[in-house]
Ligand binder design. Structure first.
Ligand code: PMV
Length: 330
């Protein structure tokens, strides 16, 4: 069984027996980690995502989450000692707290084609899809502002203290430049001058975003000036990237992705497998390649000028799971 991939989920009316929703996954084109320190980052929603169906069951003491495919198959309840991954049980408890008592009689079926724990925003996509599905089920209005606020509360369960870039781009869709400082949040919507196509290669699950972010924080505390300069250089790279995206200058964008990757490596968040994936992509003619997300495992994105398939095949021939992707079609 899969949730219907072709259905337009936005057409479901209030208080239906079943409400469907969808949220896309994302990739970070540049600026991860530095974004936590107030620098700009570029992120885009991609053509894969999480689908949710919400219906009612009685006396469930839920909400019950039934995963058709979420990195695992099975049932999860918000029970501290119950079955299913702990983080999902905690997320369901949080969801019940955010939605109210009504939520405990819900059965939520989830289907996803987003690899979990690989920097593709699977938890933020799940958070946004859950909120959309539940609000739609109850016929409640969910403004973009509210959606982003509630999704951040859920993201905190998965990621500790996230910068907010994942759930923001997933909620907004398209391609954004995101910058958060203590004083303000800047979100710029960007129209790419040319189509952006990527091959994605998977180096396996990473050890968790919260852990990668806090380990980097420790290192940067020991060498604040040096790390501070690397973060601000990444910020400069991202500003140039933004211009290249808008102007459709893909070759220059690829070069900047390579520079960003070098800087991420200097921050200690790359791995031999991620470096190997970047090398394979560059040798096969990718315009540029870098890790995306927290690193320490996860995924590499390779920007291509034409068909990403030959790089996908090169990744697969070297033993890595891989797929082609592009900006989400809306
Ligand atoms: O959750 P991930 O792997 O997509 O990483 C998010 C990006 C980071 O900058 C590493 C963390 C954050 O909160 O911005």
């Amino acid at each position: 069984m899969t949730l219907n991939q072709n259905r337009n989920y936005s057409d479901v009316t209030a208080m239906a027996d079943v409400a469907f929703s969808y949220a896309p996954a994302k990739i970070i084109l540049g600026g991860e980690h530095a974004v936590v320190y107030g620098q700009s980052a570029l992120a885009l929603a991609i053509d894969r995502g999480v689908r949710v169906a919400v219906s009612r069951v009685s006396h469930a003491n839920g909400p019950i989450l039934r995963a058709i495919n979420l990195g695992f198959v099975g049932e999860v309840r918000p029970d501290p000692q119950g079955q299913g991954p702990k983080v999902l049980r905690e997320a369901l408890s949080k969801l019940r707290e955010l939605i109210g008592a009504d939520a405990q009689d819900l059965l939520i079926t989830v289907d996803s084609d987003v690899p979990v724990g690989c920097g593709l925003g699977s938890s933020a996509a799940l958070s946004v899809a859950l909120l959309r599905g539940i609000h739609r089920f109850f016929g409640r209005n969910l403004s973009k502002e509210n959606e982003a606020e509630l999704a951040l509360d859920l993201e905190k369960i998965f990621h500790g203290n996230p910068s907010g870039i994942d759930h923001t781009v997933i909620s907004a869709g398209g391609l954004i430049c995101y910058k958060r400082s203590e004083q303000k949040l800047l979100i710029d919507h960007i129209s790419p001058g040319r189509k952006l196509k990527f091959a994605i290669g998977m180096a396996g699950q990473h050890a968790g975003t919260a852990r990668a972010v806090s380990a980097l924080k420790e290192r940067s505390r020991r060498h604040p000036d040096i790390y501070g300069r690397i973060f601000s250089t990444i910020g400069d790279v991202v500003e140039q990237m933004k211009f290249c995206v808008q102007e459709g200058k893909l070759a220059a964008l690829g070069e900047l992705m390579d520079v960003n990757q070098g800087l991420l490596n200097s921050l200690g968040v790359s791995t031999p497998k991620l470096e190997a994936l970047c090398s394979i992509a560059r040798e096969r003619g990718a315009l540029g390649a870098k890790l995306t997300g927290a690193g320490g495992g996860g995924a590499v994105i390779a920007l291509v000028d034409d068909d990403p398939q030959y790089i996908v095949e090169a990744f697969q021939a070297a033993g890595y799971m891989a797929f082609a992707t592009e900006l989400e079609k809306v």
